[in-house]
Design a protein around this ligand. Structure first.
Ligand SMILES: [Zn+2]
Length: 240
């Protein structure tokens, strides 16, 4: 049987002398694993199809539950994500998070389109930080780990002008400093996350420093919820 899927390469692992095993995030069937033959040979026609971030239409043949790529036509290689080390690690964080939060064979079109959208923004723009924060909060929300920079989750007071506050890892919410028991969080983290969530925010605090702090908080929260340390995000934070 042959199927046609729109897919993004999340991972490519060497297999045999010239083959690879791909982890594909597809729009139609969620995450699937597929072998691709001969792609390590320099002249291989489908070499491009086994590169991380490749977004393409794949034709797969299925035999007793195993998929093999038999053809591929590229939509977008996201080549520019490989020309800058910061962008590269930000893009790696996108696909690593997508791989961690999806389950093999479970349809997840939102995560697929969200991932493609984030890589497109990072590739086209000169700033990868804001798209990365937006993407990570989006994908966490879609996976049942919503993170929300709203009013105090305990008393309901607005935290917009609060100088001190806390973030609760269990609920993914902020509280007044006096109300909660989570670790202290900064105003810049809070306002940067509000910006990513499309809420009203204070420009002064949603700064470059705020973006770095917000990414640190997201990394802690992500690994707390999923037990996945999101290594490429750590590498990205070190670089910025
Ligand atoms: Zn409160």
């Amino acid at each position: 049987m042959e199927i046609k899927v729109n897919a993004l390469v999340l991972k490519a692992v060497d297999y045999n002398e010239n083959d690879k095993i791909l982890t594909l995030l597809t729009a139609e069937y969620g995450k699937i694993t597929a072998g691709i033959k001969g792609v390590k040979k320099p002249a291989a026609k489908l070499r491009f199809a086994a590169q991380p971030f490749c977004f393409a239409e794949y034709v797969l043949s299925e035999k007793s539950g195993k998929y093999t790529v038999i053809n591929c036509s590229e939509c977008e290689s996201f080549f520019d994500l490989r020309t800058d080390i910061c962008r590269f690690y930000a893009a790696c964080a996108v696909i690593e998070a997508a791989a961690a939060l999806t389950v093999e064979g479970e349809e997840n079109a939102d995560v697929f389109y969200g991932s493609v959208r984030a890589l497109t923004k990072m590739c086209a723009g000169d700033d990868e930080r804001a798209p990365l924060i937006e993407y990570l909060t989006f994908i966490l929300g879609k996976s049942g780990y919503a993170l929300s920079a709203g009013d105090c989750a305990v008393c309901g007071e607005s935290l917009y002008a609060a100088e001190k506050m806390r973030f609760d890892m269990d609920t993914g919410t902020f509280t007044c400093f006096e109300c909660g028991t989570g670790a202290g969080a900064s105003r810049s983290t809070y306002h940067t996350l509000r910006k990513a969530e499309g809420k009203e925010y204070d420009e002064y605090f949603a700064s470059a420093d705020g973006e770095k702090r917000a990414l640190r908080l997201i990394r802690e929260y992500f690994s707390y919820k999923t037990e996945n340390p999101l290594k490429s995000l750590s590498e990205y934070i070190r670089l910025i």
